[in-house]
Design a protein around this ligand. Structure first.
Ligand SMILES: *Cc1c(COP(=O)(O)O)cnc(C)c1O
Length: 454
């Protein structure tokens, strides 16, 4: 009988994360201090993050041990299953093999607790009692809330106002795990108050919610800040996804030709592709293709300039070298929830810049269409973010049908869409439209970039 599911034994759960920084052909451009424009030191980050994470952020070590207590929590849902999408292959009539790693079986329903759990753990070990964060669509807030419950740490979540209103059940999920969740902009911080004075109806943005959460953390000794994507340590924790996928594929004697993933801040896809990319860097798999998929409504990698920018709206965070739509970016009200950040993980940006990976922007209507095709054949109703990866996987599989090539495609199925039914509802009712990000806004972003010493 042909197999559909491949999963490691619990006893073979990986015990180390993989750090790409050990293998980069050229080092990452360093993060800069927002005030001085000089490279950042570990002490600059100490008010925000536990020292262990700061070390990981800058570490040259190839492998980093996963703490026992973190593995114990990971075991609630890891190892996750690698599926062979046989029914989708048949429906597309493609000679390609399609695999997907499904991260939607974690308690909050996405890949995000792979990093929220270790992040809360390291802060708890330093005696921190409270962590602040932001959330867009709510997946990160709920993942941090879950991790807070695991280690008995209080969580405060600033949730982008439009999502707070559109997605009440993500908020209730956070509250069920014991977290406090407020809409951003909120009156609880200076950054929030100042925005509410300028625009009382402000729908909020991830950049602004980050400003609020960072301000909250730096103004209290008992509080750290936590970020769910973008940073090197976040991508590091997500590599457990790719390490598991590589191990099961090795067991069955297969290896992907094309890796596909959706990118918002870049963490789920980097988590899948980094362990494979090492083989491309080492020359073992020189023609491996790594395709990053972003929404055309937030075309960071495909249309943004590669430059130093702030990670947040108010300019409180370090300057990161990344493709960016500008820290003043307010996303258009489209549904790709968690893919609407103005910047992108510096590791992904660097890899794109040196030509090791590719990027593609696609419109939302075709992503929902692909998500529905996937649901009909594979059963899983994926998150709207994930639908971007599904769309490009289908495009690649159909190319194989034309050429007759038997390529192996692997995508990261980053989460389920059970809390995104209103987005599917809007799509099915014909209420969604495609949105091309305007060129003027790209030019404006270029003008607003912070000046850095060269
Ligand atoms: C948050 C989220 C994303 C986007 O974030 P990345 O850091 O780019 O992974 C994608 N898919 C799902 C299901 C998410 O929750």
């Amino acid at each position: 009988m042909e197999r559909t599911k491949y999963v490691l034994d619990e006893k073979d759960l990986p015990t180390k994360w993989y750090n790409i920084q050990a293998d980069l052909p050229e080092p990452l451009p360093p993060p800069l201090h927002p005030g001085t424009g000089q490279p950042l030191g570990p002490e600059d980050l100490a008010p925000l993050f536990p020292m262990e994470l700061i070390k990981q952020e800058m570490s040259p070590e190839r492998f980093i041990e996963i703490p026992e207590e973190v593995l114990d929590i990971y075991k609630l849902w890891r190892p996750t299953t690698l599926f062979r999408a046989r029914r989708l292959e048949k429906a597309l009539d493609t000679p390609a093999k399609i695999y997907y790693k499904y991260e939607g079986t974690s308690p909050p329903g996405s890949h995000k607790p792979n990093t929220s759990v270790p992040q809360v753990y390291y802060s708890m070990k330093e005696g921190i009692k409270r962590i602040s964060t932001e959330t867009g669509a709510g997946q990160w807030g709920s993942s941090l809330a879950f991790a807070g419950a695991c280690f008995n740490v209080d969580i405060k979540v600033y949730m982008v106002r439009v999502s707070y209103n559109q997605k009440p059940y993500r908020r209730v999920m956070m509250q069920t795990w014991g977290a406090e969740c407020v809409p951003s902009p909120s009156p609880d911080t200076k950054a929030g108050k100042s925005m509410l004075e300028r625009d009382p109806d402000c729908p909020g943005s991830l950049g602004l919610a980050i400003s609020e959460a960072v301000e909250d953390a730096v103004s209290r000794d008992d509080t750290h800040y936590s970020l769910g994507s973008v940073l090197n340590h976040v991508l590091l924790h997500q590599t457990i996804v790719g390490i598991e996928a590589k191990a099961v594929l090795e067991d069955i004697g297969d290896y992907p030709d094309i890796l596909v993933g959706c990118v918002g801040g870049g963490s789920n896809f980097a988590g899948l592709f980094l362990p494979f990319l090492k083989d491309k860097i080492d020359g073992k798999k020189p023609d491996l293709r790594v395709v990053n998929v972003e929404p055309a409504s937030c075309p960071t990698l495909t249309r943004g300039p590669y430059a130093y920018d702030f990670g947040d709206e108010a300019g409180l965070t370090p300057l990161l070298k990344m493709f960016t739509l500008g820290h003043g970016f307010i996303p258009p009200p489209v549904h790709a929830g968690g893919l609407r950040y103005h910047g992108m993980a510096p590791i992904i940006c660097h890899l794109l810049n040196i030509g090791l990976i590719e990027a593609l922007a696609i419109h939302q209507l075709e992503t929902f269409e692909a998500g529905i095709t996937f649901a009909k054949h594979e059963g899983i109703i994926a998150a709207p973010e994930t639908d971007h990866a599904i769309r490009v996987t289908i495009i690649e599989a159909l190319k194989c049908k034309e050429t007759g090539e038997k390529k192996t495609i692997l995508f990261n199925c980053s989460g389920h869409g059970h809390f995104d039914m209103s987005a599917y509802e809007a799509y099915l009712a014909g209420k969604l439209h495609d949105y091309e990000y305007p060129q003027e806004k790209i030019e404006q972003a270029l003008k607003d970039l912070p000046k850095v010493p060269s």
